[in-house]
Design a binder for this molecule. Sequence first.
Ligand code: NAP
Length: 300
Amino acid sequence: MTLATGSPFKHTGELGWAQGYWRLAAWDFSAQETLSFLKGHLDLGVSLVDHADIYGDYRCEQLFGNALAIQPAIRQQLHVVTKCDIQLISASNDVSLNHYDTSAKHIRSSVERSLARLQTDHIDTLLLHRPDLLMDVDEVVSCFNALRSEGKVGAFGVSNFSASQFELLNRGFDHQLVTNQVELNPLSFDAFENGAVDHLQMAGVRPMAWSCLAGGAFFRPQTEQAHRVIACLSQLATKYDTSLEGVIYAWVMRHPSRPIVINGSGKIERLASAMAKSQIILSREDWYRIWVASKGHGVP
Ligand code: NAP
């Protein structure tokens, strides 16, 4: 089964950026300000938005939906990704332990809640947020198929899965998983080295990269590794006449798997600057210079 034409996750897809909404509740925006922010990234060509049921203690999807409700037609311009399977202790969730849950019952109820909170009738792509060691592939697949045929979810993917966990689910699923969303930044690039990203390349789909700026750690370094990497990034920023963020995003996007990077900033000017300043192509030596700075030793 091939993906729908125009899927941003196909290896030939053009879209390189997504906007993450993990921190939306912390931005303290009104619904009107959220709508302005949304229009701001749409104006920059960023139409892929990343959510999860749990973001902001289960509040971010609703905040986003409140903004969409002001101008519902804007929904058509968006590709909405959301996630399920993490069960968190919360006033709005009846569990006594944080855990993972890929039962059909939980996936379906999470989707229904996300649809209501996002104020939409469909989710473009649903991801399983974290690998659930108790995942029953047949149960997940039949739930995915039902949600797809009901028109509630267009496509499915995963997040933080290993290559074999991806393959376990992908083999059982007729419609092919469309992405694996993984952490990728110069402080944390296990997914480049543990086979998860190679595996996506074999499947012809693109990873989504989360926390490319290490959640802001490059701006308040607390480890020796971060200090080493920042020193290297700063030199390269001068060399390429760009910014620190520009070098980081260019480093992530230089990988042949063509990661879709998820912007985490709540400031449109930072997104605009990152998009403009990352349009450089790092030489192989400079790409590995960052690798070396991160590892603290040369290549073997
Ligand atoms: P990030 O880009 O690594 O970090 C964003 C943080 O860095 C924000 O607090 C931002 O603050 C700060 N920042 C950016 N530029 C800065 C600058 N020049 N100076 C100081 N601070 C700066 O991204 P992230 O938010 O950690 O993750 C991005 C998205 O990935 C999330 O929204 C979510 O959608 C997704 N995600 C997925 C998973 C998963 O398990 N699948 C996990 C984590 C995240 P400002 O807002 O003030 O700019």
